[in-house]
Ligand binder design. Structure first.
Ligand SMILES: Nc1nc2c(c(=O)[nH]1)N[C@H]1C(S)=C(S)[C@@H](COP(=O)(O)OP(=O)(O)OC[C@H]3O[C@@H](n4cnc5c(=O)[nH]c(N)nc54)[C@H](O)[C@@H]3O)O[C@H]1N2
Ligand SMILES: Nc1nc2c(c(=O)[nH]1)N[C@H]1C(S)=C(S)[C@@H](COP(=O)(O)OP(=O)(O)OC[C@H]3O[C@@H](n4cnc5c(=O)[nH]c(N)nc54)[C@H](O)[C@@H]3O)O[C@H]1N2
Ligand code: SF4
Ligand SMILES: [Mo]
Length: 728
């Protein structure tokens, strides 16, 4: 037992059934981390319910929560480390695996230098404290070739936040629980439950805006599940957001609808901003936005008039060539209308580790290095994931020859023209920290599986930084892991050890194990809590301890978001930068360019998410995949009729870089001229026996890895044009 261990709370045990226990835990499948109650009978999960005492999710769970049981019991989930033998895998002991990986990693490093090592960190890494240990391993690798799912996700928001507020961690959070006007731009929280503004039970929260007399507007090319909860839906053209927002700003500036005091006291760049938007009238922007001038004007006026208002923008705007510009203008509109740093607007959290306050000391490392082609600059020490295949396949100094992936499935999740498949197979060494044989990890020399999420005890720090309300919650174990099983943080620590200088590496096993155990995530969290804003060192006896969190019924609520801009703002002049020069120049260039919208019957392809699916990796749980085929191409009836296609047809979707065959689903949910296909499907030749049997294809085969957001290299998936016709 460590010092912070206390008896595990079991909320209920039915007296008549001694073998039944219910454990309070958390669903860690997405950022929401909803509180759950896991009932276990005779070693089997028999029920997963919401925990009504959870201070953030308040009893809410989505249908995916029950997949936590399915994953735990999944016979295809790896429980022991695997080593490649020819075309298959055989079990191997942990010590033997680490020793051989260490020798081979060091050999590659010795022969080819640090640049020959690479690492990719996937999305679920951020849902446990494993991420911290992943970053430690990343440091030990000392390679510029570090990638993560962030560059197919939120990087544009981070880059914009860096330019506007001085730090990538200062992406403002939407104060959904207090706003009187919520404008949702390129997000579908009714399905996703929010991201970067973490809002479990988003539907309830959105309904509450209207119940208290507020308004909700959704701006999205598809009439989504969230749209059904809104007062208004505006079917913007995919990628039209930049022009929509420029049109809004024109109205705000020329009609004097901005908060002059805020602009004067808090910001710089007003003159440059005003100049940029002088000509962007709603009339001039309407066609490129795909939204009428009246709508654009009304959006601006209503935003300014609302008692409080927030534009919440998420992944729909990240997957564009103009993603960073859009994210910037969202921050600008929220600021100049007086909705930054005030309740009901967009705000910054006060998490248990005060990352926002430390922001100015966290370097973003922009341009510290580039990829080998020189096209992409490093940002927060990463390079864009779309370049990974090139860095492995293009010969020459610095070519990646050894790779570690942790909790990621880039062959499925990244556009890479199928080349990553080929590239991973050719590496000298590929190590995957993952519990499944996926389209990515099937190429590994070693697969190192962590325990199941239900066997983990943890506090995920990320969810404390980006929640719509300050809180700290605890993930209890529902099962004890098998003897000898390792958690992610232990696996990653062992890998880190293999890269350390010889004297440290040669420590005896017991000393090494004690050192690793000393850095237990719970101990690290306890220390971080003690020294943070709510901790004993600051608040004395009133401070919150990890023990108190652990013993709580559903975490500890730390109150609503607080105004704290002056404490966190990280720009050198302590002002909010409304008009970063490179953004103004790029926006002006975009405005000057003629739109090159194809007029040859091509359709614009976007993505979509489903309530029972989670990126690429939940499709092996049969209860998540029942009912209709999910991997369909959604198309407006007019577009289908024009092509002589009917619902249920198998159609071929073809882009400049590839084609896929999928089922057609006709629906007037779609904006005409736009089609949607979900990502993460098309499993073949993996260890997921059920998933492999399902229909579908990998939509990323259609996206061009060279088409990216200008500033961050984030894949611009929503700028892909396709033709759709009967499958040949
Ligand atoms: N059920 C479920 N929940 C999830 C996930 C999942 O896979 N399944 N994934 C999790 C992850 S990793 C993330 S990052 C979050 C993402 O959370 P969200 O951002 O809410 O994700 P999406 O549901 O993809 O919503 C994006 C919306 O943008 C719209 N859109 C597409 N192109 C454009 C455009 O050009 N402009 C505008 N304005 N809108 C556009 C799409 O139609 C879609 O409705 O969800 C998380 N939650
Ligand atoms: N076309 C298109 N592509 C997209 C998107 C889109 O909207 N459209 N969305 C993008 C987004 S937002 C994201 S976040 C990415 C996600 O992209 P990735 O992170 O690359 O892929 P995931 O599908 O999340 O795969 C997660 C992997 O982690 C493993 N895993 C799950 N839990 C754990 C754990 O606790 N420990 C370890 N070690 N492994 C674990 C799973 O088995 C799986 O192999 O996809 C992106 N790709
Ligand atoms: S929204 Fe669903 S998947 Fe996400 S944490 Fe909550 S229950 Fe799990
Ligand atoms: Mo994501």
């Amino acid at each position: 037992m460590t010092a912070i261990d206390v008896p595990l709370p079991q909320v209920r045990g039915r007296a008549e059934d001694a073998a039944s226990t219910t454990h309070r835990s958390q669903c860690t499948l997405c950022e929401a981390h909803c509180g759950i109650q896991v009932t276990v009978i005779d070693g089997q999960v028999s029920r997963i319910a919401g925990n009504p005492d959870d201070v953030l999710s308040k009893g809410y769970i989505c249908p995916k929560a029950t997949a936590m049981g399915g994953l735990h019991h999944d016979p295809d989930r790896l429980r022991t480390p695997m080593r490649r033998v020819g075309d298959s895998f055989e079990p191997v002991g942990w010590d033997e695996a680490f020793a051989e990986i260490g020798t081979r990693l060091r050999r590659v490093r010795h022969q080819h230098g640090f640049r020959s090592l690479g690492m990719y960190l996937g999305n679920p890494a951020a849902h446990s404290s494993g991420a911290l240990y992943g970053l430690a391993l990343r440091i030990a690798l000392l390679t510029p070739n570090f990638y993560s799912a962030s560059s197919i996700d939120q990087m544009p928001h981070e880059y914009a936040a860096w330019r506007v507020f001085g730090s990538n961690v200062l992406v403002p959070i939407t104060d959904i629980d207090r706003t009187q006007r919520l404008v949702i731009l390129g997000a579908n929280p009714a399905v996703s439950n929010g991201s970067l503004s973490i809002m479990p039970g988003a539907k309830r929260r959105i309904k509450a805006v209207r119940d208290r007399g507020g308004t909700v507007v959704v701006i999205d090319p598809r009439r989504t599940e969230t749209t059904r909860l809104a007062d208004r839906h505006i079917a913007v053209r995919p990628g039209g957001d930049l022009y929509l927002l420029l049109g809004m700003l024109h109205v705000l500036v020329t009609e004097n609808l901005c908060d002059a005091t805020v602009v004067e006291k808090l910001t710089s760049g007003w003159a440059e901003l005003s100049e940029l938007v002088a000509t962007t009238t709603p009339e001039a922007m309407a066609a490129r936005a795909g939204v009428s001038a009246e709508e654009i004007r009304a959006l601006a006026r209503e935003h300014a008039a609302a008692e409080s208002a927030a534009i919440y923008a998420r992944i729909g705007i990240c997957h564009q060539q103009t993603a960073t510009l859009v994210s910037w203008l969202v921050m600008v509109i929220n600021t100049v209308t007086g909705n930054l740093d005030r309740p009901g607007g967009t705000m910054f959290s006060t998490p248990i580790v005060d990352v926002p306050r430390l922001a100015r000391y966290i370097p973003v490392g922009h341009g510290w290095w580039t990829d080998r082609s020189g096209r992409y600059k490093a940002f927060r020490t990463e390079l864009p994931a779309v370049t990974m295949a090139d860095e492995m396949l293009t010969d020459g100094p610095g070519r990646i020859r050894a790779m570690i992936t942790y909790a990621g499935n880039p062959v499925s999740s990244i556009p890479q023209k199928g080349r990553l498949d080929e590239a991973l197979a050719e590496l000298d060494l590929y190590v995957a920290v993952d519990m499944y044989i996926t389209e990515t990890t099937r190429h590994a020399d070693f697969i190192l599986p962590p325990v199941s999420p239900l066997e983990r005890e943890d506090v995920a720090l990320l969810t404390t930084i980006f929640s719509v309300r300050n809180n700290i919650r605890y993930q209890h174990r529902s099962f004890q892991a098998a003897a000898g099983a390792l958690e992610d943080w232990q696996i990653l620590s062992r890998l880190t050890f293999e890269l350390l200088p010889t004297p440290l590496r040669r420590l005896t096993a017991p000393v090494r194990e004690r050192l690793i155990a000393f850095a237990d995530p719970l101990r690290v969290t306890a220390a971080a809590l003690a020294t943070g804003p709510y901790g004993r060192l600051r608040r004395g006896r009133k401070g919150i301890t990890l023990r108190a969190v652990r013993e709580s019924a559903g975490g500890i609520d730390l109150g609503p978001l607080q105004p704290r801009l002056s404490k966190v703002l990280a720009t050198s002049d302590r002002r909010v930068h409304l008009a970063p020069a490179e953004f103004v120049a790029e926006a002006a260039a975009r405005l000057a360019a003629r739109t090159e919208e194809p007029r040859d019957g091509r359709l614009q392809l976007i993505g979509r998410r489903h309530l029972r699916s989670n990126n690429s990796w939940l499709h092996n749980v049969p209860t998540m995949t029942g009912g209709n085929n999910r991997c369909t191409v959604l198309m407006h009836p007019e577009d289908a009729a024009a092509r002589g296609l009917t619902d249920g047809d198998t159609v071929r979707v073809t882009s400049q870089v590839g084609h896929i065959d999928v089922e057609l689903e006709v629906s007037d949910e779609m904006r005409a001229g736009t089609v949607a296909v979900p990502h993460g499907w098309g499993h073949r030749n993996t260890g997921w026996r059920h998933a492999d049997s399902l229909p579908g294809a990998n939509v990323n085969d259609l996206h061009d890895p060279d088409q990216v957001d200008t500033f961050t290299g984030t894949a611009a998936l929503n700028n892909t044009w396709v033709t759709v016709g009967a499958a040949g």
